[in-house]
Ligand binder design. Structure first.
Ligand code: NAP
Length: 286
């Protein structure tokens, strides 16, 4: 027999995006619920851009407890939320939504999620030059992260669509960074001059494509690929070949997921269980 209280206590979460079949968030969050003996469930919904508004309204009517937002909706979703926190307003992008008293509140856990793996490695931000590929939702979070630490000396934003990189570079300036714009081909030529290279494009996602070849990379740089599937992207392979320090996309995935879990549940995220779930899906790199 099912008791009403039990049914009411089971909460539902989801991720919306397109494509979304590559997402590891369901495995990660369901493992977290299981490890804390919670009945909550997390599922993935493929939502195309023209369905975004109606899908957000459907989530409202089913009283979803919270949801994540991924490619390509992190920017567009803002207009359908009741409230956004300061950090997501700064980034102009949301990746986590919590239902609070029936209202949808947006957060951006990619910001701390991006920063944490750099902090874990003790990266010194003083005088750091950064080349950022991409100007979408996650690139906005990267800019907000870089502006939250002291010391970054310059940022160059390189994106396929010039208008978007120009807009993001202006945002970076407003957030206190010294920023300029480059086309991707030019950026490849000057990539060796940067301390930190970040790939925030979807190039390399489930493919063997790469934004930089090994001859474009200097061994003294740190190369951070936000793409996490495959874990060892062609870009990271190229960087490792040149002796550069590499940061995997799964590290950010884990950190942003842990923070989302904490926002939704108010509990400390069982990060080890979440990590184990990821590596049940793919092998932990050596
Ligand atoms: N590790 C993590 O936790 C984490 C978190 C967030 C995102 N990500 C990953 O980061 C990537 C970007 O996500 P997003 O949310 O920022 O997506 P998004 O908002 O849709 O932006 C996609 C970006 O990729 C660029 N792009 C797409 N195809 C390209 C191509 N063939 N050549 C050059 N540039 C291309 C786009 O350029 P245009 O502006 O020209 O279209 C845009 O800058 C995805 O792979 C996602 O899985 C990882």
């Amino acid at each position: 027999m099912i008791h009403t209280t039990e049914v009411e206590e089971m909460r539902t979460y989801c991720i919306i995006g397109d494509p979304v079949s590559h997402s590891l968030s369901p495995a990660m969050h369901n493992a977290a619920f299981k490890s804390l003996s919670m009945d909550d469930v997390y599922i993935a919904y493929k939502v195309s851009s023209h369905e975004l508004e109606s899908s957000v309204e459907s989530l409202r009517s089913v009283k979803i407890s919270g949801f994540n937002v991924t490619i390509p909706h992190k920017i567009a979703v803002l207009q359908y939320l009741d409230e956004v926190d300061l950090l997501s307003r700064k980034a102009g992008a949301v990746n986590t939504v919590a239902t609070i008293d029936g209202r949808f509140k947006g957060f951006n856990t990619d910001i701390q999620g991006f920063l944490q793996p750099l902090l874990n490695r003790g990266i010194d931000f003083r005088g750091l030059s950064v080349l950022l590929f991409g100007a979408g939702g996650s690139a906005r979070a990267v800019v907000a992260s870089l502006s939250s630490v002291t010391g970054v000396s310059k940022l160059v934003v390189a994106n396929r669509t010039y208008n978007k990189s120009s807009e993001l570079s202006k945002q970076a300036e407003l957030q206190g960074l010294t920023s300029s714009v480059s086309m991707i081909e030019e950026a490849k030529v000057m990539a060796k001059r940067f301390d930190l290279i970040v790939n925030a494009t979807s190039v390399g996602l489930q493919s063997n494509e790469t934004i930089l070849d090994s001859e474009d990379i200097d061994g003294g740089s740190t190369v951070y690929d936000l793409v996490y599937r495959p874990v060892m992207t062609k870009l990271l392979e190229n960087a490792r070949e040149k002796g550069a320090r590499i940061i995997y996309g799964y590290e950010m995935l884990l950190e942003q997921g842990a923070q989302a879990f904490e926002i939704w549940t108010g509990l400390k995220a069982p990060i080890l269980a979440m990590k184990k779930a990821l590596f049940g899906v793919f092998q932990e790199p050596k």
